[in-house]
Ligand binder design. Structure first.
Ligand SMILES: C[S@@+](CC[C@H](N)C(=O)[O-])C[C@H]1O[C@@H](n2cnc3c(N)ncnc32)[C@H](O)[C@@H]1O
Length: 463
């Protein structure tokens, strides 16, 4: 990979912790020290770069994938017409019938760099590399010659920085720093990003939902059926909730919970945009969602009696270290390692709320053992009623060694590992792709994703 960006910047205690995880004794004994070290360095480097594809989920309740694909190709041509005459491929995923993939173009190492510099925060820079424009709140400093006499807002920046692309200012310094109101609109319209992806700001609303590929896999693995009662215990902003409802053809009940009130509005808004009626969202602490008193029978909202749901999704709050691109993470080791107890409390509630014969899917967007394989080992030891299940589709790798799980158990887990990426040696835009190139592209779309983890359990009888 071309080293456009340095590897992800982490606090040294966090990097050390991760190094120990990814060079653990079991891995060292199997792969050897050289390979584990190379893979770990590759991981740190991959994390600062975006995944190779933008994936969008099509709302198949409203339109066919073919129809949306046609609309999307037209929209992308419009957005990209100024800088390329080549057509940008939009691919259908052979294993995910509701996913369209658009290759991310880059890194564009020869991009001419303008001398006038605007500094944005790390989060904003990450969004730019996934196709976003720069929104005003993301701007930290701007040169004095953009326009206006305003003194506030730094005019220079001396900290570490990386070049993410060129754009045109749509607001003056005065408007960004001195208007006295919190601006929400576009501050810089990007014209050339180092990694080019289409902007999905208000693009085909209702028809598409921008969602990382492993996140789309989760709801397919849960495999909800029309008419069932499903609980999504940590649901905001509702990416998976709305996917579950769509897979059920909007028939049945999807109960979505989140602890944070203003995030709940996002679930409701997304359900409304996608015209899904079977979702009901509640602001509630998932750890308290089990009704132990037995007096809530028949109520719509939480807490719920034991064994109320056919399927439960626990897409757990986590350290989020699988997110890409991520140039810098300022979290301390304490912050990174604080999630395991909360995840276990939520898991315990989820198991109790699940009917015998029901399915529980546990997922995270992080790469640590503590929040993934160790949680599975704990769950299997704590709940004899749970059996690990085969996942369909299984597009990621198997679970990582180091948590004491057997080889057969690891095979049932799905870990998307950004370190195991296939590099492509052909230009996706130069010509029509032949079949083997298309297969290669889809394989790289399955591998070059955010870091993610999925486990699927069957509850064979009561807890
Ligand atoms: C990984 S995110 C969920 C993403 C979501 N499933 C989606 O696909 O859009 C985890 C969510 O858990 C919520 N959360 C954290 N602690 C919680 C708790 N005790 N009960 C319910 N939700 C919680 C957070 O507010 C956050 O929105």
């Amino acid at each position: 990979m071309v080293p456009v960006f340095p590897k992800i910047s982490l606090k040294s205690e966090v990097e050390e912790y991760l190094r120990n995880v990814f060079t653990n004794r079991e891995l060292l004994a199997t792969l050897g020290s050289e390979e584990t070290e190379i893979k770990f360095e590759a991981l740190l480097s991959r994390l600062s770069h975006p995944p190779a594809f933008t994936s969008v989920r099509v709302n198949t309740c409203l339109a066919t994938i073919g129809h949306v694909k046609k609309l999307l190709i037209e929209e992308i041509q419009k957005q990209f017409k100024e800088w390329t005459t080549n057509s940008i491929p939009v691919l259908e995923h052979p294993k995910l019938p509701d996913v369209l993939l658009i290759p991310v173009i880059g890194p564009r190492i020869n991009l001419h760099r303008h001398s006038s510099e605007v500094i944005v925060g790390a989060q904003c820079g990450n969004a730019v590399l996934r196709g976003a424009h720069v929104f005003a709140p993301g701007i930290l400093s701007a040169p004095k010659y953009i326009d206006g006499k305003c003194k506030r807002g730094a005019k220079e920046f001396t900290g570490p920085k990386v070049f993410v692309g060129n754009g045109i200012a749509e607001l003056s310094r005065d408007q960004v720093f001195c208007s006295g109101v919190t601006l929400r609109g576009i501050g810089i319209r990007m014209t050339e990003a180092v990694y080019m992806s289409p902007s999905f700001d208000n693009l085909l609303p209702g028809f598409v939902f921008l969602q990382n590929l492993p996140s789309v896999v989760v709801s397919h693995v849960l495999n909800p059926k029309p008419g069932e009662r499903i609980l999504d215990i940590c649901a905001a902003p509702g990416g998976k909730t709305t996917h579950i409802a769509a897979l059920m053809h909007d028939k049945g009940e999807v109960l979505a919970m989140d602890k944070i009130a203003n995030k709940l509005e996002k679930i409701k808004q997304n359900a409304k945009n996608l015209q899904l009626q079977c979702i009901k969202a509640f602001c509630y602490d998932g750890t308290k969602a089990l009704d132990t008193e037995g007096n809530r029978d028949g109520q719509e909202g939480p807490p719920y009696p034991p064994e109320s749901f056919d399927r439960v999704l626990l897409d757990a709050p986590c350290s989020g270290l699988g997110q890409r691109p991520n140039m810098a993470c300022a979290c301390s080791l304490k912050e990174i390692t604080c999630y395991q107890p909360l995840q276990r409390k939520l898991f315990r509630t989820a198991v109790h709320l699940l009917k015998p014969g029901g399915i529980l899917v546990y997922s995270t967007c992080t790469i640590t053992l503590a929040e993934n394989e160790e949680q599975v080992a704990w769950a299997l030891a704590s709940f004899r009623c749970l059996q690990l299940q085969q996942q369909e589709p299984h597009l990621g790798g198997e679970g990582m060694m180091g948590a004491g799980l057997s080889r057969d158990q690891l095979k049932l887990l799905q870990r998307f590992d950004p370190a195991s990426v296939i590099s492509r040696d052909f230009d996706v835009y130069s010509s029509e792709l032949d079949l083997s190139q298309q297969v290669h592209l889809i394989n790289s779309a399955n591998e070059d994703t955010i870091g993610f983890f999925i486990a699927k359990f069957l509850k064979v009888d009561g807890v």
